[in-house]
Design a binder for this molecule. Structure first.
Ligand code: CP
Length: 313
């Protein structure tokens, strides 16, 4: 595998989940694979889980790790071709990407959607620029439209906790005071389409995700109906896609409660706003899988890195 930019870069999801679970049981088994190899983690945005789990995964494989908070420590990048750079940008991605690639064998990048210009966000200019101007493998640590390391960790968590071969999994929108990107929801939906499940998305009208991504999915606007007999409930806020970047409503009736959850397991990628997105009783109760989801981020990153290292050996 050359790059891991999308969940669609996985050739066989169930096989990868199986291998990731084997790595979880023996994290250091392949600690010679990354010897003499360096990964550079570039963060244009904040992180807790992605930063620590990707670093841990690389260390488990024997790699050297360099981390840079590019967003507040690097030069402001220019992406356009032929731009006269007499405004705010200091360095072109053409040079920046080539310079970074001299120092490492793999580069992992986090660059969120700015939620100001849909076309520009969907172009994923940081990830696309690094892919275009370097020849080394690129890992997506959350871009404008996708968070495939999170979705792979979620697939591992589902596999560990499901008790039937075709569980009912509900992705439920939740209120939030800020407009949030679509990346987590997009990759979760794409991942769910790669496995056997009764999968339902529920959200208020106006919060439809990119129809290209959800075109095969069941969408139920009545949250109560959607949650009936659910085995897993994945909760996430996202901004409106059609009214891009806007908070259309913050109806607290969409917050996840223990009563609504019933017997289902609760999932969220974290960080989460307590008693806005989900009530304390859910997060503090025995049906919450959020801490294990975060733990599985290590094995999601580790299986991706293992595949890449095997391909560049
Ligand atoms: N879920 C997730 O990506 O967490 P961080 O933003 O803390 O990395």
């Amino acid at each position: 595998m050359k790059h891991y930019r999308s969940i669609n870069d996985i050739d066989n999801l169930s096989e990868w989940v199986k291998e990731a679970r084997a790595l979880k049981a023996a994290p250091k088994k392949f600690d010679a694979l990354g010897e003499g190899k360096t990964i550079c983690l570039l963060f244009f945005n904040n992180s807790l889980r992605t930063r620590l789990s990707t670093q841990k995964a690389a260390m488990n494989l024997g790699m050297d790790v360099m981390v840079m908070n590019f967003g507040n420590e690097g030069w402001t990048l220019e992406y356009g071709d032929g731009t006269v750079m007499n405004q705010g940008t200091s360095e072109h991605i053409k040079e920046a990407a080539q310079v970074v690639s001299q120092f490492c064998d793999v580069v992992a990048i986090r660059a969120f959607a700015k939620l100001e210009d849909k076309t520009r966000d969907e172009a994923e200019e940081v990830l696309t620029g690094f892919t275009k101007y370097t020849s080394i493998p690129i890992i997506n640590m959350e871009s404008s439209v996708a968070h495939p390391l999170q979705a792979l960790a979620d697939a591992i968590t589902l596999a560990e906790n499901k008790t039937t071969s075709k569980p009912k999994v509900v992705l439920s929108w939740a209120p939030h005071p800020k407009a949030l990107p679509h990346a987590v929801a997009n990759s979760f939906v794409t991942m769910m389409q790669l496995q056997e499940a009764d999968f339902v998305i529920t959200h208020p009208k106006g919060y439809e995700l990119n129809p290209e991504i959800t075109k095969e999915c069941t969408i139920e606007y009545d949250q109560e109906k959607a949650l009936e007999n659910a085995d897993f409930v994945y909760v996430k806020n996202w901004t409106s896609y059609s009214d891009y970047g806007k908070v259309l409503q913050q109806d607290s009736n969409w917050m996840m409660t223990a009563k609504k959850l019933g017997k289902a397991k609760f999932m969220h990628c974290l960080p989460v706003r307590r008693n806005v997105v989900v009530e304390d009783a859910v997060l503090d109760g025995g049906q919450s899988l959020v801490i294990e989801q975060a733990n599985n981020r290590t094995y999601s990153a580790q299986i991706v890195l293992k595949k890449i290292l095997e391909s560049i050996k």
